[in-house]
Design a binder for this molecule. Structure first.
Ligand code: ZN
Length: 172
């Protein structure tokens, strides 16, 4: 089980970094999935999110400096629901997903990141960690705000958005 204490600075930073790295990886994979099916708009949106989260990860790395962190902070370990809070589930994407749907997924993931950091901000015992958690929560709220704005540019999907007369995974 997970023995890392997220209320202590090294544990908190290890988890914060794992969250951001996992988000970058997941968004990049989603972008690639969308490329395969030529869903350019959704691919671009996921790529932009990956870029934002890369910046965030770099910031956290800068704070870590040369410090050694506890190992094992990864989504395979004890996340509240077994998944990194900021990474949307693979099963939630669809090759025909509209930008609106892609952004809804992103929005949910970003909201989970906000919650994760806010929980530590509220429940933390170390003042410095709570301060960092507050800052990270603020940044994630900014991501949420931005994603909401993006989503407003797109119409919600039509009812038959996933009707494909020629589905890709059928032979011939
Ligand atoms: Zn974010």
């Amino acid at each position: 089980m997970n023995a890392i204490d997220v209320t202590e600075r090294p544990g908190f930073l290890a988890y914060a970094l794992a969250i951001e790295n996992e988000a970058v990886e997941r968004y990049t994979t989603f972008a690639e999935q969308m490329d395969v099916t030529n869903n350019r708009e959704a691919a671009e949106l996921f790529r932009e999110m990956a870029r934002l989260e890369t910046l965030h990860a770099k910031e956290i790395e800068a704070r870590i400096g040369g410090q050694t962190l506890p190992e094992g902070a990864s989504c395979e370990y004890a996340w509240p629901d077994g998944e990194s809070p900021e990474a949307p589930d693979f099963s939630d994407t669809h090759y025909l997903m509209t930008p609106y749907q892609a952004l809804t997924l992103v929005l949910e993931a970003e909201q989970r990141a906000v919650e994760f950091f806010e929980t530590i901000e509220r429940a933390g015992t170390d003042e410095a960690v709570r301060k960092m958690a507050a800052e990270f929560a603020k940044e994630e709220r900014e991501h949420v705000r931005r994603v909401r704005q993006w989503r407003e540019r797109y119409p919600p999907p039509e009812r038959d958005w996933d009707d494909d007369p020629d589905p890709p995974n059928q032979a011939e």
